[in-house]
Design a binder for this molecule. Structure first.
Ligand SMILES: C[S@@+](CC[C@H](N)C(=O)[O-])C[C@H]1O[C@@H](n2cnc3c(N)ncnc32)[C@H](O)[C@@H]1O
Length: 207
């Protein structure tokens, strides 16, 4: 099996992605404050060096971070322990990983493009099925734009089609969706990127 490309990046000193949580993680915390039942458990798919997992754990979530890079997972574990934050991390592949019993939030920032197109619909069905009623899926995915030159910093990633991500949540309540553009430093070369973002809530027949 090929070595995860992020192993080498995460083996460098310092934090490849920095310590500041993603905008998506901050949006989840903000939006879930007003929900009738506060979410308690969260899975962070493609947790990297753990910046978002640690952020959620500090806000009271019981967090499981999963990532294919064992170097990233070990680094995340070390960092959480240094900060005195309780988070569990596992080395797993999100193309095949089966979530355990119901989880309140399935979160994925920056990793969905590693799902090949042919398995995406089935993977989303699984993530949705394992979400508690009234729970949340918060996701983002790279989408190509004709006015942004392509920069392939991860040769194994496949872009989403514009609107594809939202399409997986047609039967859920959309709390937030849209597109963000930003400058990424992934791969060491600053480049513009566009991402589709969705925060969706599973219907809760009991509420
Ligand atoms: C762009 S980084 C984002 C990391 C983290 N979410 C963050 O924002 O700091 C993408 C992450 O997805 C992980 N990844 C890539 N393919 C994966 C797979 N098949 N299963 C699990 N994790 C994967 C990489 O190792 C990397 O840590």
């Amino acid at each position: 099996m090929r070595k995860p490309i992020y192993d080498e990046r995460y083996a460098r000193p310092g934090l490849y992605w920095g310590s500041r949580p993603t905008g998506l993680a901050r949006d989840v915390v903000r939006l879930t404050r007003s929900l009738p039942r506060a979410p308690r458990t969260l899975v962070d798919l493609g947790s990297g060096e753990g910046r978002d997992s640690i952020y959620f754990a500090r806000r009271g979530y019981r967090v499981l971070g999963v990532d294919i890079s064992s170097v990233g997972v070990r680094k995340a574990e070390r960092r959480a322990s240094q900060l005195g934050v309780d988070v569990r991390f596992l080395v797993r592949d999100i193309r095949t990983y089966r979530l355990g019993p119901r989880v309140d939030v399935v979160f994925c920032s920056g990793a969905l493009n590693n799902l090949p197109r042919r398995i995406r619909a089935r993977r989303f069905e699984h993530f949705k099925a394992k979400t508690s009623p009234g729970g949340i899926n918060a996701m983002n995915a790279d989408v190509p734009k004709p006015y942004i030159p392509t920069q392939r910093t991860n040769p194994f990633a496949t872009p989403f089609r514009s609107g594809e991500l939202l399409g997986y949540y047609g039967d859920w309540q959309i709390l937030d969706s849209g597109q963000v553009e930003f400058v990424s430093h992934s791969g060491g070369v600053p480049h513009r990127k566009a991402m589709d973002v969705v925060i969706a809530r599973k219907p809760d027949p009991g509420s």
